[in-house]
Design a protein around this ligand. Structure first.
Ligand code: GLU
Length: 447
């Protein structure tokens, strides 16, 4: 494989699609050696096929706001790769959504889903709809209008969307209600992240955050360290950050910083159960302001405008919000303040410069596609429950999630161990996911 040649071709073909090009580059650089040991991959042009999505749907979404004004957004579904299972991945509602962003996320999803050990292909979708400041009724009308188009593209054995940034249990409810009306079928398996009384997995809301902490525990265990009493900074206060804060606190760590687009909240004594519960209120308010935590808990949470979570001295950094949210300068500040571990929970949360800085300075680093795979893995478990018309209790789902995260960690170690015995989790995760998808593509012929 000539990585440089492939990248140059993609850069010329997709100018400006920086996140997608960055994601492709990271995977190609990781798998190059292994790929070259398999001439059959080269012959079948596996890489050239794998970097292109199978198809992208684009559609207009028109809805009416509370003031009676007609609003129009654009909706997308990128069905990236279905070599090992039906398309699977979340829906993102955020003002910055572009087809290119969803392409990069769909590409990443393909490898992440392969790591889960479950049969799921990769997809991503969403809209440039901005939920900030929207009322509950506006959210509902938008979800209904979005599903008017999306329902034609999805199905339990075809493509199974779920939540992502800006899409949680409430949005999945509205989306499912409209799907059911259009399809005239109670097809629970068509979406995951559903409510507990109508086919949802009881642990899905917590799963991404819980899984991330299970992975972090395995990484620390391998490094001969313990999470107890360690200080943690995390970004965001959505579903993922909430699950991560819950599990980190339960395991005895101290979450001393959470952040939002407006700034950071320093919580010197560590986040409490009441504060974790309040994160859900903050998310549901659609205000998108972390300052609300400091207003609600004066004397315990201290807000600084314009600062990131990475400015607070901690042992472990957990980016939980958005891609590229941790820059090389942030990495330097973290390390200068004593941070020695960063587990990326958001998809591609760290910029390449930050990853290199961590790796060059012996900081434990693991990528989002391994760390956050517990979310989609639990979606996979939800799909199994829906297909078999059964429901597992929280303990059973948690045990399975734990087992999956252990297995993802083992795959990273298997494919990422360096000659000196340390682990390159980026390389390990990419090779493990790649080998599974590439082998399936090869066996299914040139299509
Ligand atoms: N959006 C989540 C992710 O990035 C979950 C996807 C899913 O459950 O399908 O993996």
């Amino acid at each position: 494989m000539n990585t440089n040649e492939i990248l140059a071709r993609l850069r010329a073909k997709y100018p400006g699609e920086n996140e997608y090009l960055q994601a492709v580059q990271e995977v190609l650089e990781s798998v190059e050696d292994v790929y070259n040991q398999h001439p059959e991959f080269e012959k079948a042009k596996i890489v050239e096929r794998m970097v292109e999505p199978d198809r992208i749907f684009t559609f207009r979404v028109t809805w009416v706001d509370d003031a009676g004004q007609v609003q129009t957004n654009t909706g997308y579904r990128v069905q990236f790769n279905s070599a090992i299972g039906p398309y699977k991945g979340g829906l993102r509602f955020h003002k910055a959504v572009t087809p290119s962003m969803l392409k990069f996320l769909g590409f990443e999803q393909t490898f992440k889903n392969a790591l889960t050990t479950l049969p799921m292909g990769g997809a991503k979708g969403g809209s440039d709809f901005d939920p900030v400041g929207k009322s509950n009724d506006e959210i509902m009308r938008f979800c209904q209008a979005f599903m008017l188009e999306l329902w034609q593209c999805i199905g339990p054995d075809q493509d199974i969307p779920a939540g992502d940034v800006g899409v949680g249990g409430r949005e999945i409810g509205y989306l499912y209600g409209m799907y059911k009306k259009l399809a005239r079928q109670y097809n629970t398996g068509v979406l995951t992240g559903k409510g507990g009384t109508w086919g949802g997995s009881i642990l899905r809301p917590e799963a991404t955050g819980f899984g991330a902490l299970y992975f972090t525990q395995h990484l620390l265990e391998k490094a001969g360290k313990d999470i107890k009493d360690k200080k943690i900074a995390l970004s965001g206060f959505g579903n993922v950050a909430w699950g991560a804060a819950t599990k980190a606190t339960e395991l005895g760590a101290k979450v001393v910083a959470i952040s939002g687009p407006d700034g950071v909240c320093h919580i010197p004594e560590g986040i409490t159960k009441e504060m974790i519960d309040y994160m859900l209120v903050m998310r549901a308010s659609n205000r998108n302001k972390v300052e609300d935590m400091a207003v609600k808990f004066p004397g315990k949470a201290f807000f600084t405008a314009g600062k990131k979570a990475w400015s607070i001295p901690v042992d472990i950094a957990l980016p939980c919000a958005f891609q590229n949210e941790l820059s090389e300068d942030d990495a330097k500040e973290l390390v200068a303040n004593g941070c020695w571990c960063c587990c990326e929970v958001s998809n591609m949360g760290c910029q390449p410069g930050a990853i290199h800085y961590f790796q060059d300075n012996g900081i434990y680093f693991a990528p989002g596609k391994a760390v956050n795979a517990g979310g989609v893995a639990t979606s996979g478990l939800e799909m199994t429950q829906n297909a078999e018309h059964i429901s597992w209790d929280a303990q059973e789902v948690d045990d399975k999630l734990h087992f999956i995260m252990k297995s993802i960690h083992e795959q990273c170690v298997k494919f990422g161990t360096r000659p000196d015995g340390t682990v390159d989790y980026v390389k390990g995760a990419n090779i493990a996911g790649f080998m599974k998808v590439a082998t399936a593509m090869l066996e299914q012929g040139t299509i």
